[in-house]
Ligand binder design. Structure first.
Ligand SMILES: Cc1cc2nc3c(=O)[nH]c(=O)nc-3n(C[C@H](O)[C@H](O)[C@H](O)COP(=O)(O)OP(=O)(O)OC[C@H]3O[C@@H](n4cnc5c(N)ncnc54)[C@H](O)[C@@H]3O)c2cc1C
Length: 459
């Protein structure tokens, strides 16, 4: 019945129900869930609206899907349902150069937007490390961050307006310039639980006149962390301020020969973009702060290719850990910047207690930690150790005044962890917001909310 109606509405080519096709959509970059009942590949907003109406009539949940690079189980079906893949809605629909805006479909790959507008001296600033693959729709749904979000802001700061299909199949539009409630802000980061984004108007940023990239090596994580705080305290907000520890630097050097010093306890990759006239003064100021905090070495990339090499190491860090273990699990937590040394010590202690190797590569400027726990998924003891260590790291972040996700989202993985930061009343209030958009809870069910949390009227 479901299959037949979907085929009638969209054509057989757009509907997948063969088990081998469905199995591909039971995964994201974090884990696997249940098989969907069907996968549909719409080409227009109207297609999406029809899919929603059909799924609703058949009482099937709907799960929107971009590239499936999510790291918290957000795009995988928790109890079957219809997966709406945006693989065929990947175009730039319009460019408004005078207002520096692009109107794009949700399946457009993040980096493809920057490539499409670079000839106009523009780029799309939010740059998750997955930007070669992840989509604008997925980035909007998770409010994705990235190395350069320290100064440019996360995805929410770059979304001007949205076209959305709601849970009943109606199409509506939000705009940040509208008076009244900021529904765009509510939808960004809602992980497909409030509506399905079918197009977005996003802000484009002017390419900077000058970009400098520096690498500072430190004896240990504490001194590198102190330098991070001192740079920001001096009123300097670099465009990126990333830290990598010895485990990561060693893996990255072996994989990419990026030019990182392997004898360092931690390195800072610092980027600043702006006017050329300001750069020498700024470089001297940052280098001085690094030296005052015990930097063992300081290196400035002098060409675009040197800059790219330094960044290639950072962006390929997760993949480089394949040299250490067959599998890794990425934890994603955020702490106040001043708590970085304590948080990193606790991460190291937790990993050591459970006999795991941990590597840290993260957005130090905004306190967003990404401990990578190395393990072998074929060994149940190591899997159990990873789960325990991950939970201890979550609690550490909360105890230090931080939170349970910096940028990857809550999805399925962290929904129970929401109780570590929110009271039952807080969660019930959030559930009320959800009831307004999706009273039947058909949009990406079992995500974000801990099991059992519903709006008070329904409890
Ligand atoms: C190597 C690697 C590096 C990463 N680095 C970063 C990083 O630096 N910063 C960061 O923030 N994340 C990072 N991530 C996580 C991931 O890439 C982001 O969460 C990304 O935004 C997901 O985009 P996607 O297109 O893959 O979405 P998916 O994984 O397909 O979906 C993610 C969520 O968005 C929802 N969704 C997708 N499309 C829509 C739509 N059109 N309407 C409504 N909901 C929708 C899904 O239902 C799901 O809940 C990384 C992941 C990997 C594997």
């Amino acid at each position: 019945m479901l299959h037949q109606q979907l085929v009638e509405a969209l054509g057989a080519e757009a509907v997948k129900t063969a088990p081998e096709d469905l199995s591909v959509y039971a995964f994201d970059a974090y884990s696997s869930g249940t098989l969907p009942s069907a996968v549909v590949l719409p080409e227009t907003t109207r297609d999406v609206a029809r899919i929603v109406r059909i799924a609703r009539a058949c009482e099937e949940p709907l799960i929107a899907r971009g590239a499936g690079t999510g790291l918290c189980g957000g795009a995988i079906p928790a109890r079957g349902g219809v997966v709406v893949s945006f693989a065929r809605m990947h175009r730039v629909l319009d460019l408004d150069l005078s207002r520096r805006r692009a109107h794009v479909q949700p399946g457009l790959v993040n980096l493809d937007l920057s490539k499409a507008v670079s000839m106009h001296g523009l780029f799309y600033a939010p740059d998750p490390a997955s930007q070669k693959t992840s989509t604008i729709g997925g980035n909007i749904a998770t409010n994705a961050g990235g190395p350069h979000c320290l100064s440019y802001g996360t995805t929410v700061n770059h979304v001007c307006a949205l076209e959305v299909v709601d849970a009943s199949g109606e199409v509506f539009r939000t705009d940040v310039d509208d008076a009244g409630y900021d529904l765009t802000g509510v939808l960004v980061g809602s992980e497909g639980t409030l509506g399905i984004v079918t197009s977005a108007w996003v802000r484009l940023t002017r390419l900077p006149e000058s970009v400098r990239v520096w690498l500072a090596a430190f004896g240990d994580i504490d001194s590198a962390s102190a330098a991070v705080s001192a740079i920001i305290a001096a009123g300097i907000v670099p465009t990126a301020l990333e830290m990598m520890d010895r485990v990561i630097v060693t893996a990255v050097e072996a994989a990419f020969c990026a030019g990182y010093p392997t004898d360092a306890g931690a390195v800072l990759l610092i980027e600043h973009a702006g006017y050329e006239d300001d750069m020498n003064t700024l470089e001297a100021a940052v280098a001085q702060i690094a030296r005052e905090h015990g930097a063992l070495s300081w290196r400035a990339a002098r060409s675009a290719s040197e800059r790219d090499a330094l960044w290639a190491g950072r962006k390929g860090a997760a993949g480089a850990t394949g040299r250490i273990s067959p599998n890794y699990y990425t934890q994603d937590v955020c702490v106040p910047r001043s708590a970085l040394p304590a948080a990193l010590r606790a991460v190291g202690d937790a990993a050591a207690r459970h006999h795991l190797t941990v590597g840290n590569v993260f957005h130090a400027g905004d306190g967003n930690l990404h401990p990578l726990l190395m393990y072998d998924r074929r060994d149940p003891k190591q899997v159990a150790a990873v789960i325990e260590t991950g939970n201890e790291i979550l609690q550490t972040a909360v105890d230090l005044g931080g939170t349970v996700s910096g940028e990857h989202g809550i999805g399925y993985e962290k929904r129970e962890a929401m109780t570590r930061v929110y009271s039952t009343d807080d969660l019930a209030t959030m559930a009320r917001v959800r009831e307004v958009f999706d009273p039947a809870r058909m949009l990406n069910p079992e995500k974000i909310f801990p099991s059992g949390v519903r709006c008070p009227e329904l409890r």
